[in-house]
Design a protein around this ligand. Structure first.
Ligand SMILES: *Cc1c(COP(=O)(O)O)cnc(C)c1O
Length: 376
């Protein structure tokens, strides 16, 4: 079998060996239901408590403000739908951006059907949200602002601290989707004044199907998953103990060497971009400075078919992703790339490469060489 070169770390990441090791005993040895009363269950209960402490120290909150979900999509849905429903007596207006993940956009679409009004802020050609635009769109009945910390397609890091500062004391809930930021941007919920923040473990070398939602004490959020009284009565369902243990361990690992890894990946990213731009028909989508995630490269191959390039990359063992998404069998141009001003054709000619902890310089050079060969 030919070697795989994985450059799609923003789609998902491999689970680190240390994470798997930490999880294993909770499948076979400490399998007790954390809600049960016998001693076997204490191990599960303690593991969940430990995980909350670990996560809360990293994102600077209290352990009881941490809730475990089934992933980023549930965290976003819960934060947005839950807070909208719980605050509908105060107003019906929500502000988000045009470049959010579909978990956010489709939660907003659902709420529009329920009588809420949603403003989708435009972004500039680099994908940045403007505070001035936000200010202009705030209404008396605005109850929620949901703006992502970092974009999954072009890696733009949004000015969440400025947004949080502005919203402070305004009685408007601030949610941020930090799924792509984790492990790349230091997350401090107090510093950015976030009330709700969602994370997904599989984007930072933890298992799939487990996420974290931070809910600031006092924030009114309705339940969206009903069941027993788990998680202090706010999310029904037996906790996925091994996954919770894995999520906390993975977040700890990526947070411990965040600076070192960021510098390393940034150098590799810059090398990739520099070499790729030697091709006359290649253009970088987004910016190349500290406002871009250190692992994101998004290139437009003008006049070429992105899908075709991806297919040929795959034939060479290289995993990357398209500037378009297959929706209901038709190729839709990416809503993010069109929002930053690309035409549908340009969006369809774009490819995202996202690197990670296991990416080497050798791989970067190999992929750029292959790209030159496949597209010229
Ligand atoms: C991946 C992703 C999600 C969804 O997370 P899942 O765990 O796959 O449900 C949400 N938001 C962003 C920005 C993402 O990149």
């Amino acid at each position: 079998m030919k070697k795989t070169i994985y450059m799609d770390y923003s789609a998902t990441t491999p689970v680190l060996k240390e994470v798997v090791e930490e999880m294993m005993p909770y499948f076979t040895e400490f399998y007790g239901n954390p809600a049960s009363i016998y001693s076997l269950s204490n191990e599960s209960k303690m593991a969940i408590d430990e995980a909350k402490i670990t996560v809360s120290k990293i994102i600077n909150c209290k352990p009881y403000e941490i809730f475990f979900t089934s992933g980023g999509s549930e965290g976003d849905s819960w934060a947005i739908i839950g807070s909208a429903f719980a605050n509908r007596d105060k107003g019906k207006h929500i502000i988000t951006t045009a470049i959010e993940h579909h978990a956010v956009l489709n939660s907003c679409k659902f709420l529009e059907g329920e009588g809420f009004e949603v403003t989708y802020l435009n972004v500039d050609s680099n994908g940045l949200v403007s505070i001035e635009e936000l200010k202009k769109n705030i209404r008396k009945d605005t109850i929620l602002v949901s703006i992502m910390m970092a974009n999954n397609e072009i890696g733009t890091i949004e000015p969440v601290k400025e947004i949080g500062d502005y919203l402070k004391g305004k009685n408007i809930i601030f949610h941020t989707d930090a799924v792509q930021a984790a492990g790349h941007v230091k997350i401090d919920v107090d510093q950015i004044n976030a009330d709700l923040l969602s994370l997904a473990a599989h984007k930072f070398y933890g298992p799939k199907g487990i996420g974290i939602l931070y809910i600031r004490k006092g924030t009114k959020v309705s339940n969206i998953i009903y069941g027993g009284g788990q998680q202090r009565g706010r999310r029904g369902g037996t906790e996925n103990v091994p996954a919770i243990v894995g999520a906390a361990k993975a977040l700890k690992i990526v947070s411990d060497d965040i600076e070192k890894e960021n510098t390393r990946q940034e150098n590799l990213r810059n090398l990739f971009v520099e070499k790729a731009l030697e091709l006359p028909y290649v253009k970088l989508n987004g910016i190349l400075n500290e406002k871009r995630l250190s692992n994101n490269i998004n290139l437009c191959f003008n006049g070429k078919d992105g899908e075709g390039i991806l297919f040929n990359l795959d034939m060479n063992g290289i995993c990357a992703s398209a500037g378009s998404a297959c929706q209901a069998g038709a190729m839709e141009a990416s809503h993010v790339l069109t929002a930053i001003g690309l035409s549908k054709e340009e969006a369809r000619s774009s490819i995202r490469f996202t690197i990670g902890r296991f990416t080497t310089e050798e791989e970067i050079l190999y992929v750029v060489d292959k790209l030159k060969e496949l597209t010229s």
